[in-house]
Every structure is written in structure tokens, then in C-alpha cells.
Write a protein that binds this ligand. Structure first.
Ligand SMILES: Nc1ncnc2c1ncn2[C@@H]1O[C@H](COP(=O)(O)OP(=O)(O)OP(=O)(O)O)[C@@H](O)[C@H]1O
Length: 233
């Protein structure tokens, strides 16, 4: 379980105080108005931002003393952070072995992962030779191949057209059935994940305002506020 308790961050124009829980193996959608603190929450879990107080544990392990590379966390950004001079297979391999010196077994694992994200035969392509959706598949494969149990997806598919975005979200659902991981995903279109997510949290003004199953969040008293927030993003 991911447990965040009163993690505070203070900047001149923004302050946050996060408390939430996500069960092991669950997919948690993080929604809320622009500037409400969704990305900051993910950055804090990944270790890019350090709270001045509070506790942050995953499976009982205190993450706060750990630098980002030592955390059991893989993050996929909206701009996917692929290296343009490396092939799809090499970009995925970075998630497993930053030196890119791979064993035969690791090569097979990377091939299997490219296959799993629907990129069989794309292994020698470079990011510039792939579509936006294909690049996001590479980034997703890199996060999954890392074997890290907590995956953070920061608006990973928002630049894709609605049909492709829904395909990618379905793909996340399929992949997590194959390999159990806990996922937090920020998203501006909550309806796309309503059927897939186990949990939905609404983040506004630096706080987790509500946390429940998606149907309760979207159909509950916050529904109108959420619709307004989401339509403004
Ligand atoms: N390192 C930082 N220093 C100062 N302020 C920051 C820093 N990081 C984030 N902020 C501020 O924190 C607030 C929340 O930003 P954040 O990116 O978390 O919002 P968000 O909910 O992800 O928004 P969006 O949906 O538009 O991506 C913003 O006002 C932002 O300017």
C-alpha cells in the first residue's frame, strides 16, 4: 500500500498538504483542476520534490530518505523523455539497464515488452520515426520493464487524440493484468478511466479533497465541481 500522510510543501505561490492511500495493485486516477497540485503529488512520490513534514511509505518502506533512482518508482511523463538517438529497444532497455549492456535474457525481456505494448517489429526505430502514440508505448514499456512496483503516469496520453488515448488506457489495463503494479495516473478526462480505475482522487488547492471508487467520485456531490474543473483544463 502507498500511504501519504500530511506531506507538506510550501512555495511562495502554492502550498500543499497531501494525505491519501492507494492499495497495492490498484490503479488510482488523479483528477482535478489545472494548477491544483496533481503533478506535484507525483513528483513528491518520485522524489523530485521533498516535503518539509509528513510521511510517505510504500509497502511499509519509508521513501523519503531515498533519492529518486533508489525509489521503487518508475515515472512516465507527458513528453515521454525518450532519447532521440536511441532505438525503441534501447530506450526500453534503459529502464532495465542504464549501461545498455544486456544479457541475452534481458534482450528477450525487452522484445517481449515491445510485443506487449503492440510494437513488435519496431525495435530498431528511433523516436523521430514513430507516431506520438507509438512513442508513448515505448515510454510505457520502459517503465514496465524496470520491474519497479509503483508506476506514475503524468498525463501520459493527453497529447493523443481521444480514440488513441482510450486505446492506450485500455492497454494500461491489460498490462497491469499481466504484471501486478500499483499505478497512479493523472488525467484530464476522468470518464476515460471510470471503468478501469479502482480508485479516483480529486486534488485541488494542494489537497486530496476526495478519494473513492470512480463512480462515487464522478456521481457524488463533487460531480458538478469535477465537471467544471475538467472542462476548464
Ligand atoms: N518547484 C516549484 N516551485 C514553485 N512552485 C511550484 C513548483 N512546482 C510546482 N509549483 C506550483 O505548484 C502548483 C501546482 O502545480 P501542478 O503542476 O502540480 O498542478 P497540476 O494539478 O498538475 O496542473 P495541470 O493539470 O495544469 O498540469 C502550481 O501553481 C505550480 O506553479
Amino acid at each position: 500500500m502507498l500511504v501519504i500522510e500530511n506531506c507538506r510543501l510550501t512555495w511562495p505561490d502554492f502550498s500543499a498538504d497531501y494525505s491519501m492511500r492507494v492499495d497495492k495493485g490498484d490503479l488510482c486516477a488523479v483528477i482535478g483542476p489545472s494548477g491544483g497540485g496533481k503533478t506535484t503529488l507525483l513528483h513528491m512520490i518520485a522524489g523530485f520534490e521533498t516535503p518539509e513534514s509528513g510521511t510517505l511509505t510504500f509497502e511499509g518502506q519509508n521513501l523519503l530518505p531515498l533519492e529518486p533512482a533508489k525509489r521503487p518508482v518508475a515515472i512516465v511523463f507527458q513528453d515521454h523523455n525518450l532519447f532521440p538517438h536511441l532505438t525503441a529497444a534501447q530506450n526500453v532497455a534503459l529502464g532495465l539497464r542504464p549501461s545498455l549492456r544486456l544479457t541475452d535474457e534481458e534482450r528477450v525481456l525487452i522484445d517481449d515488452m515491445l510485443d506487449a505494448v503492440g510494437l513488435k517489429g519496431f525495435d530498431t526505430r528511433k523516436p523521430g520515426e514513430m507516431s506520438g502514440g507509438q512513442r508513448q508505448r515505448v515510454a510505457l514499456a520502459r517503465a514496465l520493464v524496470s520491474g519497479r512496483p509503483l508506476i506514475l503516469l503524468d498525463e501520459p496520453f493527453s497529447s493523443l487524440d481521444p480514440g488513441l488515448r482510450r486505446d492506450m488506457i485500455q492497454l494500461v489495463g491489460e498490462l497491469r493484468r499481466k504484471r501486478p503494479v500499483t499505478i497512479l495516473m493523472t488525467i484530464h478526462t476522468p470518464e476515460d478511466v471510470a471503468d478501469l480505475a479502482d480508485q479516483m482522487v480529486f486534488v485541488a488547492d494542494g489537497k486530496v479533497v476526495a478519494s473513492d471508487v470512480p463512480s462515487a467520485i464522478l456521481g457524488g456531490p463533487l460531480g458538478a465541481k469535477i465537471a467544471a474543473a475538467v472542462s476548464n483544463t
